[in-house]
Ligand binder design. Sequence first.
Ligand code: ADP
Length: 592
Amino acid sequence: MIFGKHINRYYLKYSPWLLLGLLALIAVDYLQLLTPRLYQMVINGMNDGYVMYEGVKTVFDMDFLLERICMPMVIIIVCICIGRFLWRLCIFGSAIKTSTALRNRMFDHARGLSTQYYQVNKVGNLMSLFTNDLDTVEECFGSGFLMLFDAIFLGSLAIMKMWNMDRLLTCFALVPMALLLACSTIVGKHLGKKWRKRQAAFSSLSDFSQESFSGIAVIKAFVKESKELLAFKGLNKENEKANIEFTRTVTLFRIMVMLFVESVICVILGYGGYLVWKGSFNAGQLVEFIGYFTTIVWPIMAVSELIDLTSRGKASLGRISELLDAKVDVCDREDVANLTSPKGEIEFRGLSFRYPDGEYDVLKDVSFTINAGENVGIVGKTGCGKTTIVDLILRTYNVPDGSIYIDGKDVNSLSIRSVRDACAYVPQDNFLFSDTIENNIAFGVDAHEPDGVRYAAAMADVDENISAFSEGYATVLGERGVTVSGGQKQRISIARALMRDSAILILDDSVSAVDTKTERAILANLRATRAGKTTILIAHRISTIENMDKIIFIEDGCVEAIGSHAELYASCSAYRKMVELQRLEEEGGDEI
Ligand code: ADP
């Protein structure tokens, strides 16, 4: 059984079920302890021809056997079965419900964590929290609860019965068991360490596999399959080693438990046999005593297993708690307002920005204004800070007060959701889901008409390509379906953003994989459909943004110049140099 701030609430929430399960468990324990007495009566009855029944000497005949032994035995067995079914349903059902609720909370919390969190914590590791660790916590919640209470009730009831029969024999039976309990506590701690090592090795393995499968194209292109296999084998070996070490310790522990139990049975048989020989115990009583002892073997084993399970559960809950306790650092302040009827004006006022784990300012004293309805291009060399500007508009990171305004309001005074809602974004990686093209395009809207999807696709110049697929818009993409080219992916992503018809559209290097003719067609469509709405186009190709209303030219995180293409070309030497360089590249290519 484990406790912790993230799990305690479920004991309370499911307390009616757990209580019902507990009652059924106590009833089963009580019934279980009635059978050794029946064995005693059968043995004594067969030996002596009579039995002591409710303090009365009664003849042991067929009627007695059927009425007082077999019938009660059948009733006990049926009741035990019903009781076991009931406690399993209540206790294990609560455990399953707990892990489902915990999984939901984990997913919900993970959703709110910053991009920074995902840069530090790899997907493989996160996946093992949702699978292995959660399974262990579920087991610890259900089986842990069962083992603890079963050990308490069944153990104490059986010990009481044994104590009433013969105190010395009970001491002989229990002293080694107490020793076993002490050993179990020490081994339990050791097992916890081994379990953590095992989980860490499994996490590394799943991290590596996840990354290998994601980067399979690069691995193949660089013919590095053997290198990857070697690295995988290394990690797999580590995983095997950790598993073997854990299994070895568990096995040794179980053998030790069995050894203790068997030796105690030997002691009972030896001393009990002596008592029978002496005449202070009869054969039936010895069998009854052994019956009680075998009943407490399970609770004692359960205690030792509980120690092992608890240490594993604690380790897993600890890892899960790290996720649940991870601070959601980008969140709304109190009393934020919603950005209603967004117009699309954006202003940066002297913003300097450094990534949370960064060592230098990526943006330095950046100031510019994008008026509502303007078409703006942001251009500059790779790494100059263009994507960072977009990330900050979308509130992916925190920004200082008074540095970014949307429609004249400080972004920190606006709810993150409403700011993001006002924007449609085409990210650089153009991630598409393993779903139909239609659902991918309609991802950002709550309801859609097929015509709307088709129109957005036409505006992104991808309708023809999609219609050429045998299943058209119902074509499934990704792992379960077809693979589309980089250019098609970019255009489907543009269509997805266009579907939202937001006040602000941001395209981050989103037409880099399409040819110039297609680029021109998309840009012309954007101008037509987005008239009066703000559109921000990030590009490193000047030709992409030269016809925009305004161009913001970034160099090394600073705004170098702002103006139309002609203005910048005339007034900014760095911009002119870039234009010339790109023109030469287009004309001569390799010779530059
Ligand atoms: P651009 O979009 O102009 O190519 P970026 O805005 O992506 O450039 O990056 C600007 C700088 O910020 C780069 O030097 C990059 O290495 C750095 N950078 C980007 N993302 C992070 C991050 N999450 N943590 C730290 N540094 C980052």
